[in-house]
Write a protein that binds this ligand. Structure first.
Ligand code: NAD
Length: 471
C-alpha cells in the first residue's frame, strides 16, 4: 500500500509520522500519508520566499502558459483523481460528484489564465498621471477543508501563482491523499518551490499562518478556525481571504409549483450530502405550501440511490468523517426534544456500514431550534413555514452568517425585491450554489472577508502600488 509524500522545493519528503486513511463508505484502509513537521513548514516557507523572487519576475502571460499546462495535466488525470476523491472524501464518482469536481478544477484553472489584470490609469490631467499596478503579495499560505478538497485548493493556488506569488498549501487532514496527488501533478509542471505542500492538522496550519514570512492567507473552512486565523494574522499582518461557513436560506414565494422547483431545491440542499459551504440549509415556505413541498422533495429523494460512490448508479454518498457524522446525528437527536418537530425520511434504505445518514426533512421547527440556527453541514433540511414574505425575509436575515441565499418562484418583480433584501454575498434566483469561475464569490457577516473568482479574485492576491508621474 502506498504512503504518499509531501513536496517542498520540488522534492518528495517523508517523516516519522504516518497517518492512515479509511474510505468513509466502507471503513476500508485506502492509503497512508506522511505528516509534516514544524521544521518542514519552516523549510517550505523559506523555499517559497526565495522562489517568489524569480517566479514574480515572469510576466502574467509566461505564468499563464504554465497554468494552461496544469489545466491539460489535470484533464489527463481526471479519472484517476476523481477516483481518489470518491475513495477518500466519499462523494459519488458520477452525478454532481467527483468527476464534476474535477471538471470544476479544470474550469477554475483555465479561466484565471484567460484573464488579464492590467495596469490602470486611475487619474490623469495636465499636471500628473497616476498608475495603479498590481504586484504579487509574496508567499501565500493556503488552507483547505475536506468537503471539496481539490476544487478549493485550485481556487487558492491558481490565482495566487498567476499573479506572481508562491504558495505553501496545507490540505485538510481528512482529505490529504487526493490533494497530494493533485499537487504532485501540478508540481511536475511548475518550477520547483512555486507550490510547496505540508500535511497535518491545525497545529501545522497554525504555525504556517502565523509565520512572519507569510504575506497572504487564503483560508476556506469553519468560522471557528477563521477566527484563529484572524488572530494569527495580527502577528504578520497577512492579507486575508476567508471563506468560512454559512447557513444559507432559501425562500419560496407563496403558491409556487413545488414540483417545478423540487429538483433544484434538492440539489441546492443535498449536493455533496449537504457538506457544501453554500448549500441551502434552511428552507422557508408559505404555510399553505408545506405539504406540497414535503411531497415534491419526497418524490425526488425516492428516485436517487445512496451507497458507495464508486458504483456507477449511486448519486448520494456517506458523510466524510466520524466527527461530521456524530455532529449531524446529535443535531437530529436534539430536534427530537421539540415535540412539534417532525422528522421525515423519504428513503430509509441506506448501507449499514460507513458514515451514511439518509436524506432527512424536518418540519415543525423554527428559529431557536439548533437544526435551524446551526450550520448542520449534512443531509438534513429544516423546512420553516411563514405567513408573510416580510417574516420570511426577517428570519432569513436573522443569523450572523451570509454566504449564499436563494429565492424561488415566478413573479420577477417579487423575486428581485426579495433578492435585494436578503443579506448574503450571493443571492441566486431559482437556483442555489450556482458558482461560476468568472463571477466573484464571498460571504458577508461572519461568513468571511473578501471574494474569490474572476478579476476581483485576482486582485485579492495582489498588492496595489501607485506610480505617480509629475507632468
Ligand atoms: P475546519 O475549519 O475545521 O478546517 C479547515 C482547515 O483549517 C483544515 O485544513 C484544518 O486543518 C485547518 N486548521 C484547523 N485549525 C487551524 C488553525 N488554528 N490555523 C490554521 N489552520 C487550521 O473546517 P472543515 O471542517 O475542514 O470544513 C468545514 C467548514 O468549511 C464548514 O463550516 C463549511 O461551511 C466551510 N466551508 C466554507 C467554504 C466557503 O467557500 N465559504 C467552502 C467549503 C467549506
Amino acid at each position: 500500500m502506498n504512503t504518499f509524500s509531501y513536496i517542498i522545493n520540488g522534492v518528495h519528503k517523508t517523516s516519522n509520522e504516518i497517518i492512515e486513511v479509511n474510505n468513509p463508505a466502507t471503513g476500508e484502509l485506502i492509503g497512508k500519508y506522511y505528516a509534516s513537521t514544524i521544521e518542514d513548514v519552516e523549510e517550505a516557507i523559506a523555499t517559497a520566499k526565495s522562489q517568489q523572487k524569480i517566479w514574480g519576475k515572469l510576466s502574467q502571460e509566461e505564468r499563464d502558459q504554465f497554468i494552461l499546462q496544469i489545466a491539460d495535466a489535470i484533464g489527463s488525470n481526471k479519472s484517476y483523481l476523481a477516483e481518489w476523491i470518491t475513495k477518500e472524501q466519499g462523494k459519488p464518482l458520477n452525478g454532481p460528484g467527483a468527476q464534476f469536481e474535477m471538471d470544476a478544477c479544470i474550469g477554475w484553472t483555465q479561466v484565471p489564465a484567460s484573464l488579464q489584470l492590467s495596469d490602470e490609469i486611475v487619474f490623469e490631467d495636465n499636471t500628473r498621471k497616476d498608475v495603479l499596478k498590481r504586484l504579487p503579495v509574496g508567499v501565500v499560505a493556503a488552507i483547505t477543508p475536506w468537503n471539496r478538497p481539490l476544487m478549493i485548493a485550485i481556487w487558492q493556488i491558481i490565482p495566487s501563482i498567476k499573479m506572481g506569488n508562491t504558495v505553501v498549501i496545507k490540505p485538510s487532514e481528512y482529505t490529504t491523499i487526493a490533494s497530494l496527488e493533485l499537487f504532485r501533478i501540478i508540481n511536475d509542471i511548475l518550477p520547483a518551490g512555486v507550490l510547496n505542500v505540508v500535511t497535518g492538522d491545525g497545529k501545522i496550519g497554525a504555525h504556517l499562518t502565523a509565520h512572519q514570512d507569510i504575506s497572504k492567507i487564503m483560508f476556506t473552512g469553519s468560522i471557528a478556525t477563521g477566527r484563529r486565523i484572524i488572530e494569527a494574522s495580527t502577528k504578520n499582518m497577512a492579507r486575508l481571504t476567508l471563506e468560512c461557513g454559512g447557513n444559507d436560506a432559501g425562500i419560496v414565494l407563496p403558491g409556487t409549483d413545488m414540483h417545478q422547483i423540487a429538483e433544484g431545491l434538492f440539489w441546492g440542499s443535498f449536493l455533496n450530502m449537504g457538506q457544501t459551504c453554500a448549500a441551502l440549509k434552511r428552507l422557508y415556505v408559505h404555510e399553505d405550501d408545506l405539504d406540497a413541498t414535503v411531497e415534491a422533495l419526497t418524490t425526488v429523494t425516492k428516485n436517487i440511490k445512496m451507497g458507495n460512490g464508486i458504483e456507477e448508479d449511486v448519486f448520494l454518498s456517506p458523510l466524510q468523517n466520524q466527527m461530521q457524522y456524530d455532529k449531524v446525528n446529535a443535531l437530529l437527536e436534539q430536534t427530537k426534544n421539540n415535540s412539534n418537530a417532525k422528522i421525515i425520511i423519504p428513503n430509509p434504505e441506506i448501507p449499514t456500514q460507513g458514515y451514511f445518514i439518509p436524506i432527512t426533512l424536518v418540519t415543525g421547527v423554527d428559529h431557536g431550534d439548533a437544526i435551524v440556527d446551526e450550520e448542520q453541514f449534512g443531509p438534513v433540511l429544516p423546512i420553516i413555514t411563514y405567513t408573510t414574505l416580510e417574516e420570511a425575509i426577517r428570519k432569513a436575515n436573522e443569523l450572523e452568517v451570509g454566504l449564499g441565499a436563494s429565492v424561488w418562484g415566478t413573479d420577477e418583480h417579487t423575486l428581485d425585491s426579495v433578492a435585494q433584501q436578503m443579506e448574503a454575498g450571493t443571492v441566486w434566483i431559482n437556483q442555489h450554489g450556482a458558482i461560476h469561475p468568472f463571477v466573484p464569490f464571498g460571504g458577508v457577516k461572519q461568513s468571511g472577508y473578501g471574494v474569490e473568482f474572476g478579476i476581483e479574485g485576482l486582485k485579492a492576491v495582489t498588492l496595489p502600488k501607485i506610480i505617480s508621474y509629475k507632468k
